[in-house]
Design a protein around this ligand. Structure first.
Ligand SMILES: NC(=O)c1ccc[n+]([C@@H]2O[C@H](COP(=O)([O-])OP(=O)(O)OC[C@H]3O[C@@H](n4cnc5c(N)ncnc54)[C@H](OP(=O)(O)O)[C@@H]3O)[C@@H](O)[C@H]2O)c1
Length: 244
């Protein structure tokens, strides 16, 4: 078995996920990019390889339960473990602004939860036996500051008017998963944290976002590479703790 760490980054073909793979890869970590379109994943992995990163692509759709077991089998066969799971794949099906929560179609809420919450929970549960085999397992859940109930309820907070109900609620639920799983794993070597990358210039974040993609990957990379004395069950932007 290779001595290097191996990381699985879902939604790694573009945006924050691809940049997280790049930065982890430049630290000498083997990165496996999950991409629902294998061509895009392979192209992304090739780009990283050209930069000296050990990168592979795996076809992976987080809404397809058969893909969880396929991912398990892939890592079991090639590496026998997973050191880092970056639950990065995410969707937003609403605009970010003063949306009408009362008019958000329940189908939009369901579809958003399918990717951002249910798929992420089910994948993590499936892969956990392989993460337990790592000497220092790290699970990073890509949440958002928009998952913070404390900030949404505070008229003085910068996100008070940025309400996208389905997306926000899916990230709040994901935060609950972080806290609950970290509690269960508190006496293990595995750390589980939620990341807010910042508002980042990606297809989801749009060009209006103030942060460039390299900075947008910093929170995920930091949480993926925490030392044994690092936090678990937390909610962070870079090294700043966010209120739940
Ligand atoms: N950008 C921001 O400002 C911001 C702020 C806070 C949190 N976040 C979170 O950060 C994460 C990455 O966002 P981003 O800005 O990099 O977005 P992005 O550029 O839109 O990338 C999203 C990634 O998720 C993948 N994905 C979507 N549905 C999937 C599915 N069913 N199965 C597998 N992969 C799927 C996409 O694949 P395709 O290419 O196939 O669509 C893409 O690779 C998300 O969880 C997002 O909620 C972003």
């Amino acid at each position: 078995m290779a001595a290097e760490k191996v990381a699985f980054i879902t939604g790694g073909n573009k945006g924050i996920g691809l940049e997280t793979a790049r930065q982890l890869g430049k630290l000498g970590i083997i990165v496996v990019i999950g991409s629902r379109d294998l061509e895009k994943g392979t192209a992304a992995a090739q780009k990283l390889k050209a930069e000296g990163v050990q990168a592979q692509a795996l076809r992976f759709d987080i809404t397809k339960p058969t893909d969880y077991r396929a991912a398990y089998d892939y890592f079991d066969k090639h590496y026998g473990r997973i050191d880092i799971l970056i639950n990065n794949a995410g969707v937003s099906k609403e605009s970010f602004g003063p949306n009408k929560t009362s008019a958000t179609p329940v189908d939009v809420v369901r579809e958003t939860f399918e990717t951002n919450f249910f798929g992420t929970v089910a994948l993590t549960q499936t892969l956990l036996p392989l993460i337990r085999k790592s000497p220092a397992g790290r699970i990073v859940n890509l949440s958002s500051i928009l998952g913070s109930l404390t900030l949404h309820a505070d008229p003085k907070s910068p996100i008070y008017s940025a309400k996208a109900f389905a997306y926000d609620a899916s990230k709040t639920a994901l935060n609950a998963f972080t806290i609950h799983l970290a509690h269960e794993l508190a006496n293990t070597k595995i750390k589980v944290n939620s990341a807010h990358p910042g508002w980042v210039k990606t297809d989801m974040g749009t060009d209006a976002a103030p942060m460039e993609i390299p900075d947008g990957a910093k929170t995920s990379v930091r949480l993926a590479t925490l030392g044994d004395d690092g936090p678990t069950g937390g909610y962070f932007h870079i090294d700043q703790t966010l209120p739940w």
